[in-house]
Design a protein around this ligand. Structure first.
Ligand code: ATP
Length: 203
């Protein structure tokens, strides 16, 4: 009888704009597959999905754009002002996101699979990981990078930062750390390679 070996899960945690996606690409180049929690969260509310139908039933048509897709800004505005609605939305989407993440992670075939998650510890998804990594980026650098990347205001970034663990809190919780404060991408690539070798030793 052959016993199927489960692919170990390594969580990559980091706040908004800390560099998770950039770091994940370097891991991908080393042959490590990754699952991005933000992508899964987007997938569960696509047109025709169970979640989007429930959201529409709950909030009405005003929550949809002309093409029938979710009006994310309208939803963000509601849940930002009404904590009860935020809880309602989370109780609908979180179990479905968790199931989808688990299925995707179980399909991975690389030496380990990276779970890229902005709220890895906040949502307790670290409990399904064999190891966790925190991206160490200062709030100042996070803000600068997000302002350069997205059309958001500094105030919006501040409120997102306030809803996530601080960098210091995250670093305390993680097994491993990758620093991403400099703009030297080659240096980041080398750090990922070192981290990859360390992970292989630890697993
Ligand atoms: P989010 O959770 O907000 O999606 P993230 O943690 O995945 O963000 P990235 O999208 O990887 O972060 O990085 C944020 C921005 O900063 C991107 O525009 C990316 O190109 C840039 N960036 C990340 N790391 C570096 C670096 N070391 N040097 C220069 N630019 C970087």
């Amino acid at each position: 009888m052959t016993v199927e070996k489960k692919t170990p899960i390594v969580g990559l945690a980091g706040g908004i704009g800390s560099g998770k996606s950039t770091i994940a690409v370097f891991f991908n180049r080393l042959g490590i597959q990754s699952v991005d929690a933000d992508d899964v969260a987007r997938d569960v509310v696509t047109v025709g999905s169970y979640c989007l139908n429930e959201i529409q039933k709950h909030f009405g048509k005003k929550i949809l754009q002309q093409d029938g897709s979710l009006d994310r800004k309208a939803l963000r505005d509601i849940i930002f002002k009404q904590p009860k609605e935020k809880l309602w939305l989370e109780s609908l989407t979180h179990p479905i996101i968790r199931d989808s993440l688990t299925t995707k992670l179980a399909h991975a075939t690389s030496a380990y699979v990276l779970l890229v998650h902005p709220l890895l510890f906040e949502t307790k998804q670290n409990t399904i990981c064999q190891l966790t990594i925190a991206v160490d980026t200062s709030a100042q650098t996070q803000k600068e990078r997000v302002l350069a990347r997205d059309s958001v205001s500094p105030g919006q970034i501040d409120s997102i930062l306030a809803s996530q663990l601080t960098n210091e809190e995250r670093l305390k919780k993680a097994d491993l750390i990758i620093k991403n404060d400099s703009n030297d991408i080659n240096d980041l690539s080398k750090k990922v390679e070192q981290l990859h070798n360390r992970i292989l030793e630890l697993l």
